[in-house]
Design a protein around this ligand. Structure first.
Ligand code: NDP
Length: 247
C-alpha cells in the first residue's frame, strides 16, 4: 500500500458504484481512511468489507444527499469516526437526459436536488472541518458543466451550477488553505445512463457510446488521486478528462 494519504480522512458520496466507488478504493489504496456514503447500504458494505480485508479503514454510511439534516449527521459521524476530515469527494449524481419540450419535470427536480443542492449541502457541512484541516474538496462535475448540448439542458444546468458554485467557493477559501478541485469527465462506463427515463435519449446515448472506448471509473479515480496527493501549495483546480475517442 502506498502512503501518500496515510493519516488522511476522506468522505466520498455516491460510493456505491461507478466513479465514487473507484475513487474510494483509490483513496484507500493511497492510505486514506474512508467513509463511503450513498443510499444502497448493501453495496457500500460490500466495498467496506473488501477494503477492510485489504488492510484499509473503511466505513459505510447510508446517506441521501438531498436530505440536508442527514448530510449534517453523516459529516458529523465521519469526523467522529475518523477523527477529522481532510478530503471530501462530492460525487453523488444523476444524469436524466431528455429534451426540454415535454420533459418529465420530476427528472429536473431529482437532478437539481441531488447534483446541485446535495453537493452544496455536503460542502456546507464539511467546510468548517476542511478549514480546520486545510483539506481538499473535489467536485465531480462533467464535460456537461463546460459544454451544453441539446437533449441535456437540465443536466447541463446542474453541472454548470456545480462549476459556478465551486469557483466562487475556491475564491472564498483558497487563501485559508482549502483546495477546491473540479473534475469534468467525458463518457465513463458506469450505471449512470441506466437511470435515464426518456427512452429515445437513453437509446441514443447507448448507441453513441458503443462506438468508443469509454473512460473507466478507475481513470477518473486516478485523476482525483493526482489532485489530492499534490503538494499542499499546489491546487489542481480543474481536470477536464475525456475518452480519446470522444469528439
Ligand atoms: P453511477 O450511477 O455509477 O453512480 C452514481 C452514484 O451516486 C451512486 O453511487 C448512487 O448511489 C449515488 N447517488 C445518486 N443519488 C444519490 C443521493 N440522492 N444520495 C446519495 N447518493 C446518491 O454513475 P457515475 O459513477 O458515472 O456518476 C458519478 C458522478 O459522475 C455523477 O455526479 C455524474 O454526473 C458524474 N459524471 C459521470 C459521467 C459518466 O459518463 N458516467 C461523466 C461525467 C460526470 P445510490 O443509488 O446507492 O444512492
Amino acid at each position: 500500500m502506498s502512503a501518500a494519504l496515510q493519516g488522511k480522512a476522506a468522505l466520498v458520496t455516491g460510493a456505491s458504484s461507478g466513479i465514487g466507488e473507484a475513487t474510494a478504493r483509490a483513496l484507500a489504496a493511497e492510505g486514506a481512511a474512508v467513509v463511503l456514503a450513498a443510499r444502497r447500504l448493501d453495496r457500500l458494505r460490500a466495498v467496506q468489507e473488501e477494503l477492510r480485508a485489504a488492510g484499509s479503514t473503511a466505513h459505510a454510511v447510508e446517506l441521501d444527499v438531498t436530505d440536508e439534516r442527514a448530510v449534517r449527521d453523516a459529516v458529523r459521524s465521519t469526523v467522529e469516526t475518523l477523527g477529522g476530515l481532510d478530503i471530501v469527494v462530492n460525487n453523488a449524481g444523476l444524469m436524466l437526459l431528455g429534451p426540454v419540450e415535454g420533459a418529465d419535470t420530476t427528472d429536473w427536480t431529482r437532478m437539481i436536488d441531488t447534483n446541485v443542492l446535495g453537493l452544496m449541502y455536503v460542502t456546507h457541512a464539511a467546510l468548517p472541518h476542511l478549514l480546520r484541516s486545510q483539506g481538499t474538496i473535489v467536485q465531480i462535475s462533467s464535460v456537461a458543466g463546460r459544454v451544453a448540448a441539446r437533449g441535456a439542458a437540465a443536466y447541463n444546468a446542474t453541472k454548470f451550477a456545480v462549476n459556478g458554485f465551486s469557483e466562487a467557493l475556491r475564491q472564498e477559501v483558497t487563501e485559508r488553505g482549502v483546495r477546491v478541485v473540479v473534475v469534468e469527465p467525458g463518457t465513463v462506463e458506469t450505471e449512470l445512463r441506466r437511470h435515464i427515463t426518456h427512452a429515445p435519449s437513453k437509446a441514443a446515448i447507448e448507441q453513441r457510446v458503443a462506438k468508443i472506448r469509454q473512460l473507466q471509473a478507475s481513470d477518473v479515480a486516478a485523476a482525483v488521486c493526482h489532485a489530492v496527493t499534490a503538494p499542499a501549495h499546489v491546487t489542481v483546480n480543474e481536470i477536464f478528462i475525456r475518452p480519446t475517442d470522444q469528439a
